[in-house]
Each structure stands twice: as C-alpha cells, then as structure tokens.
Design a protein around this ligand. Structure first.
Ligand code: 5CA
Ligand code: ZN
Length: 407
C-alpha cells in the first residue's frame, strides 16, 4: 500500500561519513555494529494495528527507527526499509464490531491518520509498506512450508506452529518458561486451548468464523495468525538474514520470538534477523500507554491543538529510545524552549564549532542512538559563544538530516 511522502534529507557527506552505528541487540544482549555490506542495510519494523490513532508510544518507536535509518544513511549505507500494517486481526475486528463499523473502513481511516502523523513528524517512509490483506498469499506460502516440514498441526480448523521445532526458540528474548507462559497469555496467546501440543504453540491460520473476513487457502478459508504475517512479509520483501527486526519491547515475546522461529523452520538453515532491536515503553498517568487501557496521548490530537510536530519529535528524542519513560506535558514545553534556543543561536554559528558539533552529534547517535546526548550537545553549542554565521548551514543540515527537525 501507499506509504507517505518522504521529507528531504540533507547530505553531510562533504564532511566525510558518520561512524558505524552500534546498536543494542536484544538477542545478543550486547551492542552490535552493522557489518560491512555489499547490498543495502535491511530494516523491518513492525507496523501498527490500525484500530485507533497513533499515540506517543507508537511515535516513539517509529522515531527510534527513523534515527537508525538516518544514522545508517549518514554512515554511507543504502537502506531498504519495510514496515507492515496489521490490517486484519482480532483487536481491529473487535473494535469495528463494537462501533458497528466496517473493519476495512476503520483500518483505512486509521492508516491514513498514521500516514499524516508520520509525515508531520518527518519520519522517513518505508520503501515497502505492506498490509496483511495484500500479503495473504505470502502468509499462506509460509504456512504451507511449515505444514510440509511437519511442524504445523490442526486444532478444530485452526492451524498452529510447533514452537519447539525450532532449536533456537527462546533465543530472541531469553525468557524463562514461566515468563514466556505469562507473556503469551497477556499478549494474545491461547495457552490453555485444548488440543494444543504445547501451551506456547501459536496460531498460524484461523479457520473462518461467521461474520469474520476470510480468504481461501489450502487449509480452508480463514485468516492469518499474527506472528506469521511479519515472518512472511519480512522474508518476501527483504530476504534472508535481515539486518534489524525492530519494534517496541512489548513485541520481544511472543511476537518477535515466534516470527523468527517460524521463518527458521519454514526455511531450514536460514537466519531471520541478524539483530533484534527494541524501544522502551512510553507510559502516561502511571501505566504503559496502550489502546486497550485507553490512557493515550494522540499525535493527531496534539497537532489539531496547534502543537508544532517538531516539538513532539524533540520531546520524544529527549528520552533514550531503550528507556521506559512517562510522558508529561512538561516534555513539550522543554522541547519548545530548546528548539527556540537553537533557532536563536543559528544565525551566529561559527564554522569551527559547527564542524565540531557535527562530529560530536554523529558520535552520540552512532552510540546506540543516544539522542538525549545529541540534544545536550546542541544545547551546549547554542549556549556557547557567537561566531560569524558561516556555520549556520551546517548546523541546520545536521539537525535536519540526523534529528528530522527543520531549524
Ligand atoms: N501490528 C503489531 C506489530 S506487527 C503491533 O504491535 N501494533 S501496535 O499498533 O500495537 O503497535 C505498533 C508499534 O508501537 C509496536 O512496535 C509497539 O511495540 C509500539 N508500541 C505500542 N505501544 C507502545 C508504547 N506505549 N510505548 C512505546 N511503543 C509502543
Ligand atoms: Zn510484527
């Protein structure tokens, strides 16, 4: 499906390349550097389930990977970026049902709102933006491969994946059995369903139910299970051993664990992703911001209220992408003051301090995307002595290219 218009990204290449990016890998439990590559760096980030508007938590996740995209580009990599849309799944169908709305109309409206939010936040769009509804054949192909390998089984018309068929199952999140059971139950799993061989086995294909959308398949009419959509879409669009599979930390288990295992078993000898990278959770009013709890701050609401999207961007960037933090209105005020100070300092930027700033900001962002440090470096620069203005273009390009903010 259509993504959203790309913002321009100024090149800083005349100053040489930015350093290679070190990123914390959840599976390796330590930082990893993107290896030298022949082809493009390949990034897959789990997209929205479009049953409600984009909240600050979503925005924080997509902004984290936008920082990565920008860091890789500045380091000289071509980037191929793919994002999915879970445009058919239980929460979407339940919300449509609750509101007496057509599920497609609900998804279309929220996807469009997400596009406008991302455009306003100057997030680089994915090269392929893929809805599950348009990828049913890819999902069916993967479920077929798992069935042929003998690692899928049927329970009353639904098909499950045998998670234990992947010897590396558990190696993304490193959770204990007890934690996996708890998290699966909390996040859409059906541990106790009679007929399952293992409580953690996850749904691949849900047989048709009255009133639910379905598509024909060799397993009978039905619709995809959640995790397999991302294995199928990522592999089909990016190939084997993608560089980074990304999302918020609530996706480590079961989602990323399951989608990796499904891809490994469907394609023996393959590696789904070289690194798994996760952003922290944004809370509001004391709890994780979530559509199911309803404690939400919507990007679109803030924009309608006249908040400058650059302030939203900087308010989020002030928190390290891996930390869990709580949104307050004060974040926006601080971001506004910070941006104003940078703008005041810009016309008198000296060339030497601007050149040094570029190197320092690049180093901060190459160190596991340390945006809070990058902002502090800019604050210090803005508070420093005035120069002759010859560095203004450089600072403007730096802030635009690396932080997505136009000064
Ligand atoms: N469609 C699936 C992924 S395939 C999904 O998780 N959709 S979502 O709409 O629930 O979330 C979209 C992205 O936002 C995910 O990466 C999720 O980890 C992230 N996210 C959700 N809530 C928060 C939050 N409170 N803070 C930070 N990130 C969040
Ligand atoms: Zn996903």
């Amino acid at each position: 499906m259509r993504a959203w218009p790309a913002p321009t990204v100024p090149s800083l290449e005349h100053l040489g390349r930015a350093p290679a990016v070190r990123l914390h890998d959840t599976a390796a439990r330590e930082p990893r550097t993107l290896e030298p590559l022949d082809g493009p760096a390949r990034l897959y980030v789990c997209g929205i389930t479009p049953y409600d508007a984009t909240h600050i938590g979503h925005a924080a996740t997509y902004l984290a990977f936008d920082l990565l995209n920008r860091a890789w580009r500045d380091a000289g990599h071509e980037v191929r970026y793919v994002q999915n849309v879970t445009d058919v799944d239980d929460p979407l169908l339940e919300r449509a049902d609750r509101d007496g709305e057509d599920w497609r109309a609900l998804a279309d409206r929220e996807i469009e709102r997400f596009r406008r939010d991302c455009e306003a936040l100057r997030i680089l769009p994915p090269d392929a933006y893929v809805g599950v509804v348009e990828a049913i054949d890819l999902v069916v192909e993967m479920v077929e491969a798992l069935r042929e390998a003998g690692h899928a089984y049927e329970v009353d018309g639904d098909w499950y994946f045998s998670v234990r068929s992947d010897p590396s199952f558990g190696s993304v999140g490193h959770y204990s059995e007890e934690e996996m059971l708890r998290l699966a139950a909390e996040r859409g799993g059906d541990n106790d369903r009679p007929g399952k061989k293992d409580p953690l086995d996850c749904l691949l294909w849900r047989g048709e139910r009255p009133g639910e959308p379905s598509w024909p398949s060799p397993m009978g009419a039905g619709r995809p299970g959640w995790h397999v959509e991302c294995s199928a879409i990522a592999r089909a669009h990016l190939g084997d051993a993608i560089d980074v599979q990304g999302g918020g930390s609530d996706l480590v288990f079961p989602h990323h664990e399951m989608s990796a295992s499904e891809a490994h078993v469907a394609h023996p000898g393959s590696t789904f992703a070289k690194s798994y990278v996760h952003g922290g959770m944004v809370a509001y009013q004391g709890a994780k911001m979530s559509k199911s709890l309803g404690n939400l701050v919507f990007v679109s609401r803030l924009r309608e209220a006249g908040v400058d999207p650059a302030h939203i961007r900087l308010a989020i960037a002030a928190h390290h992408y891996r930390s869990d933090w709580e949104w307050t209105d004060d974040d926006l005020r601080i971001a506004g003051e910070r941006l104003a100070a940078w703008r005041r300092a810009l016309p008198t930027a000296g060339l030497d301090s601007a050149t040094a700033l570029v190197a320092d900001v690049r180093a901060a962002l190459a160190d596991d995307l340390d945006a809070p440090r990058a902002l502090e470096l800019l604050d210090a620069w803005a508070a420093g002595p005035a120069g002759d203005g010859s560095g203004a273009g450089l600072v403007r390009d730096l802030v635009d290219a690396r932080l997505g903010v136009a000064l």
